[in-house]
Design a protein around this ligand. Structure first.
Ligand code: PA5
Length: 469
């Protein structure tokens, strides 16, 4: 199991800006209430992401069969799996693929990839993105996975429209059909309607599961399976973490403790939370987590409708790379952040530094040391430096980066985010601040139903001439 070490969050380690046992004790009542709310919401079907590790096993098995069949089809010859999705539909799949596979996965031969296709994610609508993708892979040899819960996300649906038209022009309708697989809501939205009309293969996102909490359903499981990732192990790891995260006592529940420490830290002005994995494989976990933490907890109103402007800004960093970039700020800058280190006990590869330059004192000491020791010692040294500078941090350590550990980690962060939402008294599962921008874009393009918004846009004062060239 992964472990959460929060010693360096405490006053005993970092001094006055740390958290005291008394502060943790004083919040026991609040923690108990938040736990009760978590339990009753889950029982009432209002926290459906929590059941995914167990109720998605059948979906995972269906996915594995589909992957096997598709890869065996001579008439498909799938060279690349291309995911069309954004936000919660893209960040998890990218993070899991990067964590488990060789970082140069797409450059490996088919055999080295275990017979699985290359993997690409097209999330942004920068026009260069798709054009360059099609200079890299042949769309006629791709399988396109359109992932959208709402089926109305302009970025995803516009990419789908471009690709569908292109494929139908080149391959005809019949052959296009087998190259498109949709992941969406089973009964609501445009995508399910289109998928049924066009006869596309479809996987479902459970109705009560929002984008950023959807990695453990077909949103994440389908792309992962096409990349040869053991999705049943991923679910197993998540289920193990679920068992731990059911515990009511904050001191025995890593998700609760993680959220509680962040909550207290926010109250002390630590409005920035840095996620710093010491493993290249976990770099994109920080991207996925940043969305989860930011979109879930950044809220103007609490659940009582009072203005609270809540939230904590997630910052992504990478150890050791960012020791040479950001750690100076973390150690000596404003006291507005806490750092979460992600460590790994056992890396999947080992590398020993040769005993060259033995007569150069500033290099000789490295001879015979492994990179495995070096990265872990550098993490420990950075933890120490921050502690000495009075900066709170905590460390989550995975025994190794594998599917089981990753399932535990993803689930830990999801449960922690939900618990933090309860402590903060906000709704962690909506995103009203994102809707305004989406609606303005719809209005700009004249989408029916957005006429009032268009008037609002048109009524904006003209921009003055404050330009600098
Ligand atoms: O977490 C979320 O809810 C969002 O990031 C969504 O995943 C994102 O906006 C994409 O939405 P959809 O799946 O409806 O296309």
């Amino acid at each position: 199991m992964l472990r959460l070490d929060y010693n360096n969050m405490m006053e005993a380690a970092v001094g006055s800006r740390g958290i005291t046992e008394a502060e943790l004790e004083a919040l026991q009542g609040r923690f108990a209430d938040a736990h009760t709310a978590m339990v009753s919401k889950r029982a009432a079907g209002k926290m459906d992401f929590r059941d995914l590790p167990r109720n998605q096993i059948a979906a995972a098995e269906e996915i594995l069969d589909y992957v096997k069949e598709t890869e065996a089809r001579a008439d498909m010859d799938v060279d690349a799996f291309v995911l069309l999705g954004i936000g919660g539909s893209a960040l998890g799949p990218m993070a899991v693929q990067q964590a488990i596979n060789n970082p140069y996965y797409n450059e490996l031969s088919l055999e080295e990839r275990g017979g699985h296709p290359k993997f690409y994610v097209a999330d942004n609508v920068d026009p260069e993105r798709l054009v360059y993708l099609f200079k890299t892979v042949d769309p006629k040899h791709c399988l396109f996975n359109v992932v959208s819960k709402s089926g109305s996300t302009s970025e995803t649906m516009s990419q789908f429209m471009i690709i569908k038209e292109l494929l139908e022009r080149e391959l005809g309708k019949e052959d296009t059909r087998k190259r498109i697989v949709c992941t969406t809501d089973q009964s609501n939205g445009n995508l399910i309607k289109i998928a049924r009309e066009e006869g596309y293969k479809t996987f479902y996102i459970p109705a009560g599961v929002g984008g950023r909490f959807s990695q453990l359903c077909p949103v994440g499981l389908l792309p992962a399976a096409f990349c040869g990732i053991d999705i049943l192990e991923l679910l197993r790891g998540a289920a193990e973490m679920d068992d731990v995260c059911k515990r009511g006592n904050v001191r025995e529940n890593p998700a609760y403790m993680y959220a509680a420490l962040h909550y207290i830290a926010m109250g002390k002005g630590m409005n920035i939370s840095v996620m710093m994995p010491y493993a290249d494989s976990l770099k994109y976990i920080s991207d996925w987590y940043a969305q989860l933490w930011a979109e879930s907890l950044g809220k103007r109103y609490n659940t009582r409708g009072e203005e609270v402007f809540a939230g904590q800004t997630p910052v992504k960093a990478l150890g050791v790379t960012d020791q040479h970039s950001q750690v100076q700020l973390y150690a000596e800058g404003p006291f507005d952040k806490l750092v979460v280190f992600l460590g790994v006990d056992e890396y999947r590869e080992a590398l020993t530094i040769p005993k060259s330059f033995g007569d150069v004192p500033s290099l000789g000491f490295l001879g015979g040391v492994t990179h495995n020791e070096l990265i872990n010692v550098e993490r420990m040294a950075t933890e120490y430096a921050l502690q000495k500078a009075g900066r709170p941090s905590m460390t989550i350590t995975l025994p190794k980066v594998d599917e089981r550990g990753l399932g535990q980690l993803l689930y830990l962060f999801e449960a922690a985010t939900a618990f933090a939402g309860e402590l903060m008294g906000i709704n962690a599962f909506d995103q009203p601040g994102v809707e305004e921008g989406k609606n303005a874009a719809y209005a700009y393009f004249g989408r029916p139903g957005y006429e009032e918004k268009k008037k609002e846009l048109d009524a904006r004062p003209a921009k003055s001439e404050r330009y600098v060239i």
